[in-house]
Design a protein around this ligand. Structure first.
Ligand SMILES: Nc1ncnc2c1ncn2[C@@H]1O[C@H](COP(=O)(O)OP(=O)(O)OP(=O)(O)O)[C@@H](O)[C@H]1O
Length: 796
């Protein structure tokens, strides 16, 4: 009985290993159970599974490498290089296998228990006797209890195998999924760190694909779980019938043994008919139960076969699904790898593009620097322009001020011009009055310098001395004599200084007067130098030409001036037209004529119209050339003839239309030396007489004009006839008396000076004072006019 109690107690213990061990000890057998489908070292705990997932070892209940029987796991498991998905599949497969192994192990344990119990029953059935019938019921009851216990054990085992395992499985899968996700995130992070901004779209697209794949994986996982669940249900269903089958089988065997034992004679020993009856009823009942149990066993066997087949199908289906999943997963991995490769290539392309863009950026920076420099330069230019504009505005304002000032000045100028014109008229009036008061004939004396030859030969030095600008003294052996003139020019006075006091006559000619400038003196005294000058030092004639056209140009707004000229030579009282070629001179007959107004002209003379100083100068040069040719042809010296240049002016006022006719006559007289001194030939005498006669006639005319004689002997010579309208009347005459300072020319100098004195009727005697008073009065008038002041009424 103690053994029975122990047996019942032991079978109620849920610690299977311990109970089996106790049973084995009690029955004295070794545990020979060995599941051919397992290695005996198969990991069946969560810890072991996790270790397998992590690639650890398991030996003797500890984590160990997968056994050869786990070939599917190895084939599908792959390494970490598959990204964790094969591990996931391996875990699932492993969990499935663990579940099956545990189920099969439980079945085997139950089978072992069943065999042990059968063995105990067979052992103890022998010992059953009179109380066997009584104990059959209790045995049956015990069997039922045991059956229930076994069923409970199976139930608990199944629940443990299903619920706990699934929870752990889920936790494990979640951990695995979490690890996989973290790995995926890490990979994505690494890849994103390498991918530039422009590959972000591609990464986003890959992420979306990954999410799709994860969704698909999750769906597959759900399907997998669903299948697992079905498998679990089926396993439960299988286990239930299996347990029932085992119990029924045990019960059947027990009953069969009991019946057999009973029939084998044990009941023969029972004499009591009631007991026999009871036993027979019990036997009958047991027989029926046994039949029912057999039917149940048959059904259960059939069901087991059916479930086993379904399990096999489901396992095949699961394997197929897993293979399919694995293939899809591998395909997805490959696609991901391909996309990663493409993305890497794109990344490289993007990096190259970025590099090129950086280079471009550097170039653009250089361009920007250049543009900045250009901009700076332009700004500087702009600033300069602004400053210039500012200056321009200031200048504009100043210009406006200046324009205002200019307008005022123009008005002032206009007033001044009017005043000037008025003053000019007055000046002319006063000038002419002064000229008239000074006399119509003015006499300037010019002393030439000693020539180099005269200095070298020491011809007795100078006999002349300029005491002041109006007085020339001559020191001779016969005494000291002073001569007064309108002006005395010293040897050092140049041509310009001489012309300054003569150009007023040019203006008089333009004002309608007949102006005459002539040079008188002995040969070599400087007449030609004074009247014509040299190329380097032009005399009065070329300067008068220039001045004349300057005045014409200045007055062209008011006047139209028509200018013509003729040029004559008077030799031995004979006129020669210098504007004609030499060979025609003798054939032409020139006659001096006077018109009704008294104007003199030479009939037959060549008159040249000139429009410029250049024209006039060229004509003048031609005339001089002709004079030289004629002198050579006649074998005479040019100094033995008189030279006349006559410039006729026809001035028409543009305002009034009045016409003024003036004349400027320039005369270079022949030498005035005495005949006895000039040579002894008859021609020379005739020449000298002709010269003296003309010069004497000129002196007579001038003397008559000065003395205001009623008769002026113009017709005594051709010279005076030519000068008839230029001497006297309203004519203005300027006579240069040229003298030599040399002592050997002292006599001729005295004669010339006396001749000039006769012209001015100025003597060195008692009339000197009165003459000096007159001269002083005239000088004061001239000085006031030069200063632009009006002469006093008394002086006038
Ligand atoms: N004021 C002067 N300054 C310098 N040299 C002068 C001056 N006057 C005359 N001479 C020079 O004296 C020389 C004689 O002068 P010029 O020929 O003019 O005298 P002339 O009186 O004209 O003589 P002729 O009656 O023979 O023509 C020339 O060589 C001339 O250059």
């Amino acid at each position: 009985m103690d053994m029975e109690f122990d047996f019942l107690y032991i079978h109620q213990d849920r610690n299977e290993h311990r109970s089996l061990h106790v049973i084995k000890e009690e029955v004295g057998e070794e545990d020979t159970f060995h599941d051919s489908g397992t290695s005996g070292h198969e990991p069946d705990s969560l810890e072991a599974i996790q270790t397998v997932v992590n690639g650890g070892d398991m030996v003797e209940g500890r984590p160990s490498p997968p056994s050869p029987s786990d070939g599917d796991v190895d084939d599908r498991g792959g390494g970490e290089g598959r990204g964790g998905k094969p591990e996931d599949a391996a875990i699932l497969l492993h969990l499935e296998r663990c579940s099956h192994r545990q189920t099969r192990r439980t079945l085997h344990e139950l089978k072992e228990k069943y065999e042990t119990l059968q063995h105990q029953l067979s052992q103890r059935a022998i010992k059953l006797d009179e109380f066997s019938v009584r104990t059959v019921g209790s045995d049956l009851e015990s069997l039922h209890i045991e059956q229930e216990t076994i069923l409970n054990s199976l139930e608990s085992l199944n629940s443990i195998a299903s619920s706990d395992r699934l929870v752990d499985e889920l936790k494990l899968r979640e951990m695995t999924i979490s690890q996989l996700r973290s790995k995926v995130l890490q990979l994505e992070k690494d890849r994103l760190d390498k991918v530039p901004f422009d590959a972000a779209k591609e990464i986003t697209r890959l992420n979306n694909n990954l999410i799709q794949l994860e969704k698909a994986r999750d769906e597959l996982t759900i399907q997998n779980f669903s299948l697992k669940s079905k498998l679990s249900d089926l396993t439960t269903k299988i286990n239930d019938p299996a347990a029932t089958y085992q119990i029924a089988k045990e019960s059947l065997s027990f009953r069969e043994n009991l019946i057999q034992n009973t029939e084998n004679g044990k009941l023969k020993d029972v004499d009591d008919p009631d007991v026999v009856k009871v036993l027979r009823k019990a036997t009958y009942k047991v027989t029926n139960d046994t039949q029912k149990l057999r039917q149940m066993c048959t059904e259960l066997v059939n069901k087991e076969e059916e479930y086993k087949k379904r399990i096999t199908d489901l396992e095949t289906e699961v394997r197929n699904l897993q293979n399919e999943n694995s293939k899809r997963f591998d395909k997805a991995i490959r696609e991901m790898e391909n996309r990663l490769e493409i993305t890497s290539q794109k990344l490289e392309a993007a990096e190259r593009y970025l590099t090129s863009k950086e280079e471009e950026g550097n170039m653009l920076k250089l361009d920007i620097d250049t543009l900045n420099d250009e901009n700076k330069r332009l700004k500087e230019n702009l600033n300069e322009l602004i400053l210039k504009q500012k200056d321009y505005l200031e200048e504009t304002s100043q210009k406006a001020v200046l324009e205002g000032r200019f307008t005022r000045l123009a008005e002032e100028n206009r007033v001044l011009a009017e005043d000037f014109n008025r003053e000019r008229v007055l000046r002319k009036k006063y000038y002419n009055q002064v000229e008239e008061m000074k006399g119509k004939i003015r006499v300037f004396c010019r002393v030439r310098p000693m020539s180099e030859g005269e200095r070298r030969q020491e011809v007795g030095g100078e006999v002349t001395a300029v005491e002041d600008e109006f007085t020339l003294a001559v020191n001779t052996q016969r005494g000291h004599k002073s001569f007064l003139f309108d002006r005395v020019f010293q040897p050092h006075d140049d041509q310009d200084a001489v012309f300054q006091d003569t150009n007023a006559l040019i203006q008089s000619a333009l004002d309608g007067f007949n102006a005459t400038i002539m040079a008188y003196g002995q040969t070599g005294s400087g007449k030609t130098y004074t009247m014509l000058g040299t190329q380097a030092n032009p005399g009065i004639a070329p300067r008068a030409f220039q001045r004349l056209f300057q005045l014409v140009e200045g007055g062209k707004a008011r006047h139209d001036v028509y200018i013509s000229a003729y040029m004559m030579e008077l030799y031995n009282d004979k006129l020669i037209d210098l504007f004609k070629p030499v060979h025609t001179v003798e054939s032409e007959r020139l006659e001096i004529k006077r018109d009704k107004k008294g104007s003199v002209h030479v009939q037959g003379a060549t008159v040249r119209n000139v429009t410029s100083a250049r024209d006039l100068g060229q004509a003048f040069e031609e005339g001089l050339m002709n004079r030289h040719t004629a002198s050579t042809k006649m074998n005479v010296e040019s100094s033995r003839s008189h030279l006349l240049i006559v410039i006729c002016l026809n001035v028409t006022s543009k305002q009034t239309g009045n016409v003024l006719k003036g004349k400027l006559t320039l005369v270079d007289l022949a030498g005035s030396e005495r005949v006895s001194k000039s040579g002894a030939s008859a021609d020379q005498l005739r020449e000298a007489n002709s010269i003296n006669k003309s010069l004497s006639a000129l002196g007579d005319v001038i003397s008559a004009l000065s003395s205001e004689s009623s008769f002026v002997p113009y017709r005594n010579s051709k010279l005076t006839m030519l000068l008839q309208d230029s001497l006297g009347g309203n004519a203005k005459t300027l006579v240069f008396v040229n003298v030599s300072p040399a002592s050997y020319n002292a006599d001729e100098t005295l004669i010339s000076l006396m001749y000039a004195s006769r012209i001015k009727q100025i003597t060195n005697n008692i009339s000197k004072n009165s003459d000096n008073k007159e001269i002083s009065r005239l000088k004061s008038i001239i000085n006031k006019l030069k200063k632009g002041e009006y002469p006093d009424e008394e002086a006038l």
